[in-house]
Design a protein around this ligand. Structure first.
Ligand SMILES: [Ca+2]
Ligand SMILES: [Ca+2]
Length: 450
């Protein structure tokens, strides 16, 4: 994550030292600009820096949920790596922890509207996403009365590729504008891994150290659709300040200067009736969700997470194969199982074990599938099998290949009567040869008792 990166990341003693020596990215960005905080203000879009909050080491913003009420305590959003207690370890989640953090609330031109204070970290993590959400001491209504500021609303929708966006950095009093350039299933930096990261178009939003924690604002709706957190400084691979993209087959790629943001709509999937963060809410996507990421089967569907919207939850197999990548469409929602697509020798699989009730009248398996390939001819070079493993017996229900692909989703249904009263493992198994990709994309699976 960038403090953009070191700035925050080394919160405390080293922070300012690193800022001044933060390296070529900062120097280059401001080399021709003796007063960076001044020049850009004139060019700000209408919303500008309004409702952003400057912290001592990072950027932040005054935010509300779509369902927040004026009488609720106001909230401040920044990165997990901007937390005042230092970096959080991989897997670490903080909730309801007392805080005395304060920041300077800005108006559109970057002038102070006053100070806001937090009394609690509602939620913080550097795993999956990179966020710290603070509860402020004032309500939304009180802040509006005192400062005139209205909070930015955190969108409850997954951001859409190519959306025109702005990153207002309160720390630098500057804004970056560009558009979303796709999503990264897995982004890795040092010990941290983030999911479904937002990639910015390049160049355009080459955010620098100190922009960490800035909201990503949709230019059309002015809602917060993500949070800026990192960028690749030196072109190094997966090290601190040098995040790498991890592909479905586990290979890593980097582009020097490429910056990224993380998801914030996840917050809206984990709200209690009083708009507090509740990690036990079914369908909660935030890291640390307890059971929340294991939504109960839908209707009579016996599978867990049958539409893949909760990522790997319920499924075992190749990391990254379940993806929200926009390079292939989901049948519904955003996530799907995308096997293959590598164009190199690879084997991928996903499986889930399910018990078919002895009382099932007509148990069935169904799923939607679409395929595409760069292969030609009638030889099956790349294949994907749908299998049922029962005890020591593996049965193949269907085999797809690069021959006869169709990029239109079609639903397939299979009889599972032979497995009444048994625990079976449903398995999708893909083998690709050394060249020319074939993609097998599966979504909306179901096992029903009938
Ligand atoms: Ca889906
Ligand atoms: Ca091939």
């Amino acid at each position: 994550m960038t403090t953009h990166r070191p700035l925050a990341r080394l919160a405390g003693v080293l922070a300012l030292g690193l800022l001044s020596t933060a390296g070529p990215s900062v120097a280059a960005a401001h080399a021709a600009d003796p007063t960076p905080g001044q020049r850009t203000v004139a060019a700000l879009a209408a919303a500008g820096l309004d409702s952003t909050i400057a912290l001592n080491n990072c950027s932040a913003s005054l935010v509300r949920f779509p369902t927040s009420q004026d009488s609720d305590r106001a909230m401040m959003l920044t990165n997990g790596h901007c937390y005042e207690g230092g970096f959080l370890s991989a897997g670490q989640v903080l909730t309801n922890k007392s805080s005395t953090r304060s920041g300077t609330l800005l108006d559109a031109s970057g002038s102070s509207r006053g100070t806001v204070k937090a009394d609690q970290v509602m939620y913080a993590t550097m795993t999956g996403t990179d966020v710290t959400l603070y509860r402020l001491t004032d309500t939304f209504a009180a802040i509006r009365t005192r400062t005139g500021a209205n909070a930015l609303t955190v969108s409850d929708q997954h951001p859409v590729d190519k959306t025109a966006m702005t990153i207002p950095s309160s720390y630098w009093k500057t804004t970056y504008s560009c558009s979303i350039n796709g999503f990264v299933p897995q982004l890795r930096e040092g010990e941290w891994t983030w999911k479904d990261s937002i990639r910015y178009n390049f160049p355009g939003c080459q955010t620098i150290h100190g922009t960490s924690g800035s909201p990503i604002v949709d230019n059309a709706t002015l809602k917060v659709i993500g949070i800026n957190n990192t960028g690749n400084d030196d072109g190094a691979m997966c090290t601190e300040n040098n995040p790498c993209e991890v592909n479905a087959d586990g290979t890593t790629t980097v582009q020097k200067g490429q910056s990224y943001g993380q998801q914030t709509y996840w917050f809206t999937t984990c709200l209690s009736s009083t708009r507090a963060i509740d990690l036990t809410v079914p369908g909660c996507l935030l890291t640390g969700a307890s059971g929340g990421t294991t939504p109960p089967p839908t209707g009579s569907n016996l599978l867990t997470n049958p539409g893949f919207e909760s990522g790997q939850t319920g499924w075992t197999g190749t990391s990254g194969a379940i993806t929200s990548s926009t390079s292939r469409p989901a049948h519904s929602g955003t996530w799907k199982l995308w096997l293959g697509g590598n164009g190199s020798t690879s084997t991928e699989n996903e499986s889930q074990t399910v018990s078919i009730p002895a009382t099932a009248s007509a148990p069935k398996l169904s799923y939607w599938i679409r395929t595409d390939t760069a292969e030609t001819g009638s030889t099956a070079y790349d294949t994907m099998k749908v299998q049922v493993v029962s005890g020591t017996t593996t049965s193949t229900l269907a085999t797809y290949s690069n021959v006869g692909t169709s990029s239109t989703y079609a639903q397939k249904t299979f009889d599972l009567s032979a497995y009444k009263g048994k625990s079976i493992t449903l398995k999708f198994l893909m083998n690709e040869d050394s060249s020319l990709q074939t993609s097998f994309v599966v979504d909306d699976t179901a096992v029903t008792a009938g």
